[in-house]
Write a protein that binds this ligand. Sequence first.
Ligand SMILES: [Zn+2]
Length: 447
Amino acid sequence: MARADEDILYELYIKLGKSAKKTNNKGKTKADTEQLKGFLNRVPTHLLYLDEMNLPQAEINKYLKKAKLMFFSYSTIKNRHPELVSACLANKMDQLVHSIARNEATMVSNFRTQELGGERFDIDSLFVGNNYFKQLLHFSAVEVIKKILNENITFTSVGKTNILYISETGKKYHKKDCPYCKGKLLKPATRAVINNLELTPCKCIKDEEERIRLNDTYRTIFIDESIHTVAWNENGLPGNAGSYSYLICKGLLDDESQITPAITIASGVEYVPEMQHTEKVTKTAIGKVMMIAAFDYDFKGNIKIFTDNKGAMQTWQEEKKNIRIAELFESVTVQFVPREKNTTADAIGRTHMCLKIPIDKYSDIKNKYDMYDRLVKHKDHLESQLKTEETTVAELKEQLENNKDVIEKLKEENSCLQSNQSFLRTFINSIKAWLYEKQSSQVVLSK
Ligand SMILES: [Zn+2]
């Protein structure tokens, strides 16, 4: 038999009292004695309000708060001056702690009836290995329990096919009409309760997943949000921009290691108006990717969305718009995944965001850059053509210069030849004249 909530809470408050700091004890003896006297007077009144007057819950909450603070102050003094505490006061204080525990146990009991499967969860295990008991000083036990339950949750889900069931004592959780649980009474339970009890999935859950895999009724979506500074925003002023990147895959994936190009349906980056809170960006992103799946890809089956924003995973359903869109599907599950295991969607965001500017401006610049690239190439081409032409002109000029020299030389040679010719002619003529003279004298002699 599990221990009663009241006993567990009582022990948690005793632990809280022991954790109260001793602080400096010099010269405080008198003040401490005075304060303890005051407590001795006030405790009976509080016991009366808490236990006997049947006050409305709001009033009881007020006195619970006061009683807790008084007990904590008392514990602080007791820790530094135990000798000042009378047996009578110690006894009264113990009654007060019991009363606090009893009142809060009643509230916990109401909470158990509201939470699906709430009758089974175990408070004891919720407070093991953490410091949540310290929050009991400022929050009600139910508030702290809700916090711990949410802290342990890794996904939230809506849709008719996603309600889970548990039996009175079993160690597994089930689908509604579990074929392995015939004759057993199954009651719906929240994921928080299932987590708290560390229940494992029954074969009926695994059968269902297998059926889903075969029937192509699942899409798995990875999203990653980002808020970053931009050099200018839509109004041309520097500021922040919120955006998210997404990746939609066919099938029910367990993690991003199963992503392959063959099953990737779509990916992209979108801007959102929100630029302060990442949780809001993510909640918007969850709504937007559901719209993309439903309207761009006409898909109405089961959807699983991975996000590394825990707050958004817990509260996405609080947005009315999100719930309305989620109702289009068989089921929608939002699963928390640690940042280091959500790198694919993050990388998509980074590639698109490397310039840290709005996407339309990015595209605009990209177009202009491409155009510039083409122009530079064209310019280079023209320049090289011009160069070849210049070389041809220079070569022709040089040839022309060379020809000039040849002509000059030829001219020179020509005039030289001409002068040689005239000399030769003179020489020949003189020889001719000499020969003629010689012939005439011989004729005269022979006569
Ligand atoms: Zn089952």
